[in-house]
Design a binder for this molecule. Sequence first.
Ligand SMILES: [Zn+2]
Length: 276
Amino acid sequence: MTGTCQVCGSAKVADYVRHDEGRYPRCPDCGLIFNAQSDQLFAQALRKYDSASYFAGYERRLARKLRAAREQLDLVQTFVASGTLLNIGCGAGDTLVAAREAGFDAIWLDVGAYSVRHCRKLGFDVIQASLTDIGLRDASVDVVAMWDVLEHIPCTAAGLREVARVLRPDGIAAAVVPSGEYLKAHLLRRTHQNYRGEWAKTHFVYHNERTLRRVFAQSGLKPRRLPLLHRGALRRGAAIAACEAAVALPRYLFGSIRSGARLTRNLFVVAVREPA
Ligand SMILES: [Zn+2]
């Protein structure tokens, strides 16, 4: 036995991955996978985010991450077209660039000294603070964007409650997290990077679609269905709108098949801040 599940409270959790680099129990009732040593590892992980070496891979993948950030913000703009966007976890600055292009007034926040320094050099004004203690006023932002962030804190609900606090009623929280149901990671879990090396020291929770939606809802953030058409992209002109419309249904069907077959590496959720 290895404690209780933070999402459903089940006490039946049992080891899912266990080797010399870490131990990840899994809840049989809801499927949540979590790092059994997260309390000890969390403080060490925070120190890693101060160093440039942690972000070396980010720099290499900057063009791809920028493309992904643009697509994610297109989806966000389907729900909230403009206003104040808080980006938590600035990394190498890709979302900062995409949010500025999309016309948001943005607030940038990162816990690590490296990202803060790096993004300030790019001309952005970044606050150094953590997801669980954002330090902004209640109901002061319209959108919170968290790409590849929630898996880095031991208790997802603690972060989401703070996100709900700073969001205005009907504001939007959007997140991307690695999927705990990704088939390749499941089949090769003894050797897969999700549970090895750097990630075994910095990834504390792997959600599936159900646990992610449930923990958002428990935190006052109601998950929404993603739109067939990305209305954010439609605003970019007739040619892009026509392309968007042509690919919407095939993209939806392809996405559903991939998700059903557990071939999706990441989960994406958009949720609305419910009025208090
Ligand atoms: Zn559970």
